[in-house]
Design a protein around this ligand. Structure first.
Ligand code: GTP
Ligand code: MG
Length: 1141
């Protein structure tokens, strides 16, 4: 199959449990990979043990299917993706390889949170969707809607999906420039014209009467129809994957046009919608306005009523004769075994899947409505080649030329090879075809993986057989010679030595066989990494040498290789993010099985082995170094759940380490970190994802039992304006409610420190929330701003041997060779000089960074500054001019905390200005001051967690007076303080200033979407409120008894939440938890009951009341910090419980 016009690459996407894998079953069964009767039950694509046990998909996997229609053969590469929000990264990796998507919607639940997410993903990646409205059987059997209500319900779900598509379209239009909108409209117009032309040709070939009726109804072609799902256009299939049936309007239009003698084109337009059949005067006519005239629409009278009848006859009445009659009427022959079966669902499944087979309905829609692999537009090709901040025209001309290769999608030899790998996944070697298993000597993640290592000297199966043969032959010979000697057939009895030798031989053979078996089992179970890839251009062959480009590869760095022509390893040795590698094997992916391929040409989705040592998560393969690496996938779920892992047996640490490395490679979403404390930490998307990672680690990658810590939930520390009411909602009298504030007499909480290392006056102020959120959203830009803004002292410039020529941002710097000449000397001057030279170096680096910023980044920074300024203006007069006083952002130079320079005597330029030198002695310690600020904001005083939304206003800063020395110059050059002094002064003072305010803890919040039936809504609410959650939205889905509830739940309270919820709602509610935002916990961690009412309410200890304190203590305990907690209270002498004593 090498014609890309006949290849369709698509993925199935939906909310969790809407029936993706069951639908895939039907398609897989159509190719004979599974039995037709198992389809919808076996969930073939869920091949992992935990997937089968839990009944949810946890990874995306591909199956290549063949489909024949009208004499053409099509290759459909179908990727089943998970719907659980923890695995949404897997969906992204699937979408990248596809041109189209099947969106599945459960008609009972309607459009859910993940449905919107996947529609949005499809939109963002520019792939075309078609719709499958699944689980219609539930409307018939469970909700027991009448056919007409069922129709209106389905119409409403369709409306919801289309409304969301419209929303996406409008949002995208708003974000585009006028030219882009025009271009898109032009493409749309052209497509519509060609479609109308096709329609015209179809209708011309039909009867004139049909046209007449059609015209009478005054149907208009809607302009943006291309965007929406509509059954009459054929991009919607109605189905029950469980019962194995599905149909599009087209199927019934063909049937009824023959049966009722009506025009097919007309039926296509009217089978869905407000049309009904009128039987006036004995003549059947199709009329519009069914709803107004209280008539049953055609969809009800011709389709749904028939379906209802089938369900009623088979499932409710269970009448064998009637079932047989009905089957006959539908043209289905029921075999006797099915007819006699007592399993009515099986009977129904057989009947329906023969009457309305699901696979052809879906595959027809796929072939007709999803673009072929060769129809990549120039727009999509450009978006694959360059990220959002990079323009296509900024690529080198050699790279720009490659866009045509995407569009051409040709597998010809002369075309450049372009392959994108979206993820790596591990399979056991035994799952691969045998030929590969015997090669055995490849490497997995750099570790020799073949069966050779531990089995050296062990005989192969063939050698063993030869030995067995040899023994048999010898035994026969011995018997024969015995016969010869004694002249009878019984044979000479063996001598004792011969017997011993034979026994020994047999033992040896048995031992060798055991070793071979073990080696083979080990080899079979060993993980092999396969790259999940799509060939966009050219042809890939096993053994081919290719360039492998990392995600950060820039073609400019290796363009010179183009001249060499040959792909050689030596040439790329020193170049970053580019390697040369040899592809091992290519595989056609068939769900749980693989088949070897001799070549993979443009348009196909394949598995590639032999790249484990080169690819970590994603990569690009190319035959030319001019190709830029594909843009990275955008994550839509932030991994938030952290745990520390350690081997149960400390001797296995190395194994764990290697296992984590492999896990990191195999899972697109997990992050593996080695903390400064030496702990190995895994960051996962949620509880289910965490469990999958642990299972993988224990069973496949590390093969050692591991101990998992309690989740390390992140917190933030912040300050708030003083509250006006206490915990019982009574007005607070007296100024001081914060116990820690008592030491300070300043009402604003300003802290002033004066000592040997200088003086400092700082005040901490809560940042307006609008500012905090702007800072949070623009971390990348802030980092760039911080890197480009370095201030140094003018003094160091004049004393150093560097020539800095300055012309605002266009500064040209020459650094003399002696820069590092004064090192390793301990004298104060030398140290000072060293510090100066370091400063000048950082200044030059900052200037360079600034010069490198592209025009777009510069304007993005300007926009950020303006929006910050506007937000400050709105926040109140006290924030006026604040934007121009910003000294730094923290922590890490990009966090949501600010340092403001309000010192009258230090005219330091703001962070927005270019790196510069300032004529002030303070400037020499400027970077140290910033470091102190970064350290203070990285770990707050509550529990050493980062701060958020805090602004430090520095009102005064002075260095200590110079020591009285005879040598004036020496004194001014050396004030007697080191950079360390400044850092610790700043850090301590800022922390003190923070403590003077009302401190609060901030919790990470999950947004949690649950859909349940009304019977268990109450129980669900109680579980949420018990875990400090908060319902933000809850509404009954129209036309059904199910509720869609959205709640916020602190991440710290979310452990085992899904399980508890499932238990308390009898398995009905399944929460989807996604990290949403940070929220201030409205509880003073230092609060203790004081008033009589409070004491009455919470008792003297109030240990049940202070949640914030509980969280803080838990974090402090984990970090080994001091806790203000009594371990034993009211201790009593131990007594036995016996009454007599
Ligand atoms: N009644 C009914 N149940 C269905 C239908 N399709 C799927 N199911 C059931 O819905 C449940 C989930 O089906 P799956 O196919 O695993 O759903 P999924 O979308 O693949 O789920 P994830 O991959 O975990 O997101 C299973 O219990 C199926 O038996 C259907 O058409 N009718
Ligand atoms: Mg699934």
């Amino acid at each position: 199959m090498s014609n890309p016009n006949n290849i369709r690459n698509l993925c199935i996407m939906a909310h969790v449990d809407h029936g993706k894998t069951s639908l895939a079953d039907a398609l897989v069964a159509s190719n004979g990979l599974i039995n037709q009767r198992q389809a919808g039950r076996i969930r073939y694509m869920d091949s992992r043990k935990d997937e089968m046990e839990r009944g949810i998909t946890m990874k995306s996997s591909c199956v290549s299917l063949g489909y024949k229609r009208d004499g053409f053969s099509y290759l459909v590469n179908l990727i089943d993706s998970p719907g659980h929000v923890d695995f949404s990264w897997e969906v992204s990796t699937a979408v990248r390889l596809c041109d189209g998507a099947i969106i599945v919607v459960d008609v009972v639940e309607g459009v859910c949170a993940q449905t919107k997410v996947v529609l949005q993903q499809a939109w963002a990646e520019n792939i075309r969707p078609v719709l499958v409205l699944n689980k219609i059987d539930r409307l018939i059997l469970e909700t027991k809607l009448s056919p007409i209500d069922c129709y209106y319900h389905i119409a409403q779900v369709l409306e919801q999906v289309n409304a969301y598509m419209g929303e996406l379209y409008n949002t995208a239009l708003l974000g585009r420039t006028a030219e882009e909108v025009e271009e898109r409209q032009r493409v749309e117009r052209e497509r519509r014209v060609s479609e109308r032309e096709r329609e015209r040709r179809v209708s011309e070939s039909e009867t004139p009467e049909a046209k007449h009726i059609f015209a009478d109804w005054g149907i208009e072609t809607v302009d943006d129809s291309e965007l929406y799902f509509s059954p009459e256009r054929g991009n919607v299939v109605f189905s029950s994957a469980y019962d194995g049936w599905g149909f599009s309007i087209h199927h019934f239009a063909v049937q009824f046009s023959a049966k009722l003698g009506m025009n097919k084109g007309v039926l296509m337009k009217t089978l869905w919608g407000d049309y009904y059949i009128s039987n006036k005067g004995g003549e059947k006519r199709i009329m519009s306005g069914a709803r107004d005239k209280r008539k049953n629409p055609l969809f009800v009278s011709l389709i749904l009523e028939n379906l209802y009848k089938v369900y009623d006859t088979v499932m409710n009445r269970k009448d064998k004769n009637e079932t047989e009659k009905l089957a006959g009427a539908l043209g289905v022959k029921l075999p006797l075994s099915v007819l006699r079966s007592t399993d009515v669902r099986q009977k129904l499944n057989f009947l329906c899947s023969e009457w309305l087979p699901l696979a052809p309905a879906v595959l027809d829609m796929v072939v007709d409505h999803l673009p072929s692999a060769s129809s990549i537009t120039e727009e999509r090709a450009a978006s694959l080649m360059c990220s959002a901040t990079q323009r296509f025209d900024s690529l080198p001309p050699e790279s720009q030329k490659l866009r045509q290769a995407f569009v051409k999608c040709s597998g010809a030899e002369e075309e450049p090879l372009i392959v994108y790998i979206s993820k790596m996944f591990g399979v056991q070697r035994k799952q691969l075809p045998k030929e590969t298993a015997s090669r055995g000597q490849r490497t997995v993640g750099g570790v020799p993986a073949g069966g050779g290592g531990g089995t050296q000297g062990v005989l192969s199966e063939a050698e063993l057989a030869a030995r067995r043969e040899e023994i048999r032959r010898r035994r026969e010979e011995a018997a024969l010679s015995a016969k010869d000697a004694e002249g009878n057939d019984l044979g000479r009895p063996l001598t004792a030595e011969e017997m011993a030798e034979m026994e020994q031989q047999q033992k040896k053979v048995a031992e060798e066989r055991r070793l071979v078996e073990e080696a083979r089992r080990k080899q079979d179970e060993e993980e092999v990494f396969i790259a999940f890839a799509r060939v966009f251009s050219g042809t890939l062959r096993p053994g081919q040498k290719v360039y492998i480009l990392g995600p950060k590869y820039n073609p400019l760095s290796a363009l010179h290789l183009l001249k060499e022509g040959e792909i050689s390893e030596d040439a790329v040795k020193d170049l970053p993010h580019i390697h040369v590698c040899q592809v091992s094997d290519l595989y056609l992916m068939l769900g749980r099985e693989f088949e070897r391929l001799e070549r993979a040409s443009a348009g196909t989705v394949v598995g590639i082995s032999g790249l484990a040592g080169y690819v970590i998560k994603s990569a690009t393969l190319a035959s030319t170094p001019a190709l830029p690496a594909f843009t990275e996938l955008t994550p839509n779920a932030t991994p938030i759940l952290r745990v520390a892992v350690e081997p149960k047996d400390p001797r296995n640490l190395q194994k764990l380490r290697a296992g984590l490395k492999l896990l990191n490679q195999a899972d697109p979403c997990v992050q593996v970190l080695l903390q400064a404390s030496g702990e190995y930490v895994m960051v996962t998307a949620g509880e289910v994802h965490l469990q999958r990672c642990i299972d993988d680690l224990q069973e496949h990658y590390a093969c050692t039992p591991v101990r998992v810590s309690d989740p390390i939930v992140p917190f933030r520390e912040t300050i708030i304006p003083p509250p006006t009411v206490d915990r019982l909602n009574e007005a607070i009298e007296g100024e001081n409610i914060n116990l820690r504030k008592e030491e300070n007499s300043d009402p604003l909480g300003t802290v002033q420190v004066e000592g040997r290392t200088g003086r400092l006056k700082v005040r901490a102020v809560p940042l307006p929330s609008s500012i905090t959120s702007i800072l949070e959203c623009h971390q990348d830009l802030l980092k760039l701003v911080s890197q480009a803004a370095v201030v140094t002292s003018a003094a160091c410039r004049s004393t150093d041997s560097h020539a800095v020529t300055e012309a605002n941002s266009d500064v040209h710097i020459t650094t003399s060779n002696e820069t590092n000449s004064v090192t390793n000397t301990k004298s104060p001057e030398a140290e000072k000089e060293k510090a100066d030279s370091l400063q000048v170096n950082s200044l030059s680096a900052a200037l360079e960074t600034r010069q490198k910023l592209s025009q777009e980044t510069k304007s993005a920074i300007e926009d950020l500054k303006t929006s910050l300024n506007n937000a400050f203006q709105e926040a109140g007069p006290e924030w006026e001019e604040a934007v121009n006083k910003i000294w730094s952002f923290g922590p890490n130079g990009c966090g949501p905390n600010l340092l403001l320079n309000c010192i009258g005597t230090y005219p330091r330029p703001s962070v927005w200005d270019p790196a510069t030198t300032v004529d002030s002695p303070l400037a020499a310690y400027d970077t140290n001051f910033i470091t102190g600020f970064q350290m203070a904001t990285a770990a707050g005083p509550l529990c050493e967690e980062p701060m958020m939304g805090v602004c430090f206003m520095v009102e005064d800063w002075g260095l200590p007076l110079p020591t009285t020395s005879s040598d004036d110059e020496q004194a001014s050059r050396n004030l007697g303080i080191s950079s360390g002094h400044v850092i610790s002064l700043v850090k301590d003072t800022l922390r003190k200033a923070f403590e003077q305010q009302c401190q609060r803890l901030m919790c990470a919040m999950y947004s949690c979407v649950i859909s349940v039936t009304s019977e268990v809504v109450g129980r669900m609410y109680s579980v949420i409120s018990k875990r400090q959650g908060r319902i933000v939205d809850g509404d009954i889905t129209e036309g059904s008894t199910s509720w869609n509830v959205t709640a916020y739940l602190p991440v710290v309270e979310s452990m085992d939440f899904a399980n508890e919820l499932r238990k308390s709602t009898s398995g009905e509610a399944m929460p989807q938890l996604v990290f949403s935002h940070w929220e201030v916990l409205d509880m003073d961690p230092f609060w203790e009951p004081q008033t009589t009412e409070e004491l009455m309410h919470w008792g003297e200890k109030a240990d049940s009341g202070n949640v914030a304190r509980r969280y803080i203590n838990a974090v402090r305990k984990r970090k080994g910090l001091a806790i203000d907690e009594k371990i034993v209270e009211f201790a009593e002498k131990q007594r036995t419980l016996s009454k007599n004593k």
